[in-house]
Design a protein around this ligand. Sequence first.
Ligand SMILES: [Zn+2]
Length: 262
Amino acid sequence: MEMAGLCFLSALVFLFWCWIGHIYRRARCCPGFVGAPGKERAVAAGPSPVALLITAHPDDECLFFAPALLRLGAQRLPVRLLCLSTGNFYNQGEVRKKELLQSCAVLGIPPYHVTILDHRDLPDHPGVQWNPELIAELILRYIKMHQINLVMTFDENGVSGHVNHSALYYAIRRLYSERKLPNECQALILESTNVFRKYISILDLPISWLKPHNVMFILQSHEYQQARAAMFCHQSQLLWFRHIYLYLSRYMVINTFHLLSR
Ligand SMILES: [Zn+2]
């Protein structure tokens, strides 16, 4: 009886892994943009995207957005980064600026495509609400200056719940609802998952695949190593729990985005 149960369990595990493999291959066969029909075409259509990732702190780019950056890079789509603070909460701003440039180089973003703001009203602080009007103005100026037509940033929960992350969403939301974004510019919002899904790495793939999304990026194992290498550039941030994060977080291998709509 025990043997039968063990065989049944093994078969279930085997089928589960086959299913993950099937989803992975299916998603990978459509490089870059994978999502609901129609919406994915809306993102991929039009002039070739000049993408902009907007983050709040140095290290957000590899802790949360590495799959998107590496897959867009693999398709040779130019990506810029606008980081709204130097991450100076522990007075390490200067060090963290250098670490960010190194991390971006690993992720395929050259230094001349990286802009790091150091604005007195936008401190790196979990207790300070950034003014969405100010952020919106800074972002819009950047978008127009560099003719950006694809913006990526956090959703309202900011993956980790940091208020500086959420502030970016509210700024983009504001620009979008007030119709200030250029017509050809679309915004992709990174889905925040619950804690369970956040820390099951690639095992989240079936859930990510089944749940509604517009765009999904998945990394291969060598690309995952590249994402880890990018985080290792942030030596000042490599505390013990970050090492666990690098192994367990689904954001190191999977990004799912929703298109912002009015
Ligand atoms: Zn952050």
